[in-house]
Every structure is written in C-alpha cells, then in structure tokens.
Design a protein around this ligand. Structure first.
Ligand SMILES: [Ca+2]
Length: 453
C-alpha cells in the first residue's frame, strides 16, 4: 500500500509564515527553511536552519522479535496471575482474534478498555532464561525528542536493557540498564537520571526505579528519560533551549546520543514477584507490553522542515540545495562549497549553511553546466568560470538586465549573448570568451549535455 504522509505542511507562502513568526526569547522554532525578503535590489531568498516537527515515531517503525516464535498463542496457552497462581483466566490463542496478542498491539491506539497488548509465551522452559529482543527499526536516522515509555501489562521485567543503534542495526550500544538489583544483574551501582550532571550526561546507568514487582501494580511503565537529560542544559522546564541547542551544535557526541536508527528492548528476566521461581506454576511468568511510546523527528541535518513516509520509508524533503534521506550531501552541481550541517545558532533562525554552485560555469539554459575539474585543458580564461554565481542568495544579483532563473542561474536580457549576465562584461556584448574556447565549448557541450539542469 502506498503511503504518503507529510509530517508538516509546507507553508504555502513561506514569506507570510515568516512574517508571522514570533520567537520567544531563547527559543528557536526552526520550522521554516527559507523566506523571501526585499533588498535594495529586489526580492531575494533568506535561508535559515529548519527541522521537521517532532511526532509519534511508532507509526513508521518495523518491529521484529527474537526469537521469532516467542509470541504466545501457538499453541494456545492459559496464563495465571503473578500474584495469584490459582487465577488462571488469561488465555492466548493466535488463531482467535480476541485472544491473540501480536506485536503490533504495542503500537495501536491506546485508551481502549481493556487494553490491547503483545504477550510472550510463558517461562515453560525454566530454568533456561526467558529472553526476548524487541527491535524497532526506522530505516532512517531519527532524533529523539521525548522520553521512551514502555507500558507493561504483565509485571515489569526484573532485568532489562534498552539499546540503540545508529547504523541500521549493525552495532548496538546500551542506553540504559534496568534491574531490581543492578549490582547482582549487571555489576553496576544503581543510579537514577537525577544522579547525572552535564558532565556525565552521556554515562550509561543502571536504574532500579522501574523494576519493582507486582506489589506496585500501578507502576507499569519503564522509561528512558530524554527530557530529564535535556533539562541538564535547558533547565527544569526546558525554558532555556538556547543553551541546549548551543550544546547540540558544538558537541557531536551529545547530538549523536539522542540520534538513532533502531531501538532494541532486551527483556532478560520476567517479573517473578518473589525471590524463588515457583516451578509448579511457570505459566505465571511471561512478558506483556501494552504500549511503547517513541517521540522524535527525522534527522535532516537542519536542511528540511518536512519528512515524508513513502513506500514504507521515511525521507527528508531536502531544501538548501541538499539531497539524500538525511539531506547529508549537496545536490548535483551544488558542490560550490563542502556540505555542512545547518546550525541552531544564532538563535532563533540559526544558520542554513546551504550548498551552492559557485564554482560551476552557469550560462544560458541552452548551454550546459560544466564542472570545472572535468575540463581537459586550462584553455578558457579563468574569469570565464570563476564569476559564475547562484542568484538564489540574498547577496547576489543578476546584473545588466539579467533575470534570475529557477533561483539558480542568471538569464541575460534579450540582445545580450554573454554567458554570465551577472558579470557585467559578459552581458555587455556578443563576444564569447577568448582563445579557442568556442570550439572546445562546442565539443564539451556534446560531452556534458546531460549536465543541463
Ligand atoms: Ca496497545
């Protein structure tokens, strides 16, 4: 099925939207990539850093379980309550819709009563560990913007690890360890997110906050606290985002910390509710998860303000003459300067760091655009190439009656045959460049005709 979904509606008129922006002090919205402005010489584009709006990322993930046959119901099974081994009315049957508990029920709309949930098989093979990996894959780099929250229908696991991957699942690093006893489970001192400081923010901790057993039945959630970590820089109510953005800009490790392509929940030991496992009632022990929340945004390197989900894949709608799923390279013919990530600074508009085509030879649309390094001999006079500029920039204009075409190159006014009408000399007459340039140009026109935009 074809899906096409835009996270944010592109503004019909960016200039209008820009005119209506009201930036609270110290906060950047970064929801507009460019805006038309009036200058002494007419309309021009003003560029700014931009990013898609944060959204519910669970709509766009693929979930895989390992082992694959760990979901309950095949064959059908009856479960008992953890707190009461004689209360065995939880039935799981994969072939009966009302009794099946497939993985997608971790991501459906919540608010139903009763809740819907995924459930594992029970710990039938005790003492062999009952372990399950739940992998969430986006096939796209995304940036987390809020806490990851898992809601358990069963007791919360006694041991669990949350892991992340930044390379599509090839390598994994832990985000956080969870255990009823951190020393015993992972030989780590128990800590909480409150123990972290700006200096230790990237430390991986083991916490006992989310692993208490069935006695605390109302405590069903397990969190990875993103906002508490943001707050170390931005203040308790995230009122000083300028400080956070400044840090994200200058500290790649920090930015990468909140960036993922995949998440993996490693369930290592189910809730037992007691120190001893009751071997006569192993159907009391299993995992069940009703909901997983992951809020984030596509990583577009501050070069896009929308991200689309098309043919099952997320991709940034790149601006600033960038391209690629993450806008992480310059478009063809726009390698005038090295690609660079946009910057949150200065707040509130940031710096776009657009790709441009400065060193390329742009001329009339009937002639090709030639990358300078491909030219066989230095026959052309240097000025012939070096003055080519993009007009898609507030600082540059098409001079001598030239008009800006597609925000990319200048077209000369009728009667001028010069190749670079932003260069006064080229637009002032009909003489082509000196030397044997015309002959060679004709040859290269054929070779590089495909380069015409
Ligand atoms: Ca659910």
């Amino acid at each position: 099925m074809l899906w096409l979904f835009a996270f944010t509606l592109q503004a019909a008129s960016v200039s209008l939207v820009y005119a209506m922006q009201h930036y609270p002090s110290g906060w950047g919205h970064y929801d507009v990539c460019k805006s038309q402005i009036y200058t002494e010489e007419g309309l021009a584009w003003d560029y700014m850093a931009c990013q898609p709006e944060a959204t519910d990322m669970t709509k766009y993930l693929r979930v895989t379980l390992d082992p694959p046959n760990i979901t309950c119901g095949d064959p059908p099974e009856t479960y008992c309550a953890l707190e009461n081994p004689y209360m065995c009315n939880n039935e799981c049957d994969a072939l009966t819709e009302e009794l099946a508990h497939p993985p997608e029920l971790m991501f459906d709309f919540e608010g139903r009563n009763p809740t819907t949930f995924w459930q594992s098989t029970s710990w039938k093979k005790y003492p062999k560990p009952l372990q399950v990996n739940i992998t969430l894959s986006w096939n796209k780099t995304i940036e987390l913007t809020d806490d990851i929250v898992l809601t358990f229908e069963s007791g919360r696991p006694e041991q669990m690890v949350l892991e992340k991957s930044l390379d599509y699942g090839r390598t994994w690093t832990p985000y956080q360890f969870y255990a009823t006893d951190c020393l015993d489970a992972f030989t780590m001192e128990p800590k909480t997110v409150k123990d972290l400081t700006q200096r230790t923010l990237l430390d991986i901790i083991c916490t006992e906050d989310y692993s208490r057993g069935y006695v605390w039945k109302n405590d069903k959630t397990v969190r990875f606290e993103i906002k508490d970590r943001f707050a170390l820089f931005a203040g308790p109510r995230l009122h000083n985002m300028a400080s956070l953005y400044g840090q994200l800009d200058t500290t790649k490790n920090l930015r990468d910390f909140f960036t993922i392509t995949d998440l993996r929940v490693r369930l290592l030991k189910p809730a037992t509710g007691a120190t001893m496992v009751d071997e006569n009632n192993l159907s009391r022990y299993f995992y069940a998860i009703s909901d997983i929340k992951v809020q984030g945004r596509c990583k577009c390197n501050l070069h896009a303000n929308s991200c689309v989900f098309d043919k099952g894949k997320l991709g940034c709608e790149c601006e600033h003459n960038t391209t690629g799923p993450d806008c992480s390279r310059c478009k063809k013919h726009y390698h005038g300067r090295a690609w660079s990530v946009g910057s949150y600074l200065p707040i509130p508009k940031g710096t776009a760091n657009i790709c441009d085509n400065t060193p390329f030879f742009n001329k009339h649309r009937s002639l090709p655009v030639l990358p300078v390094p491909l030219l066989p001999f230095p026959i052309f006079s240097l000025s012939f190439f070096s003055t080519a500029r993009v007009c898609d920039n507030a600082m540059l204009r098409c001079q001598n009656g030239g008009t800006c075409h597609h925000h990319q190159r200048c077209l000369c006014s009728p009667g001028f045959t010069g190749v670079l009408c932003e260069d006064l000399r080229r637009c002032s007459g009909s003489s082509p460049p000196t030397g044997s340039a015309p002959v060679l140009a004709a040859a290269v026109v054929v070779m590089f005709y495909d380069y015409v935009i």
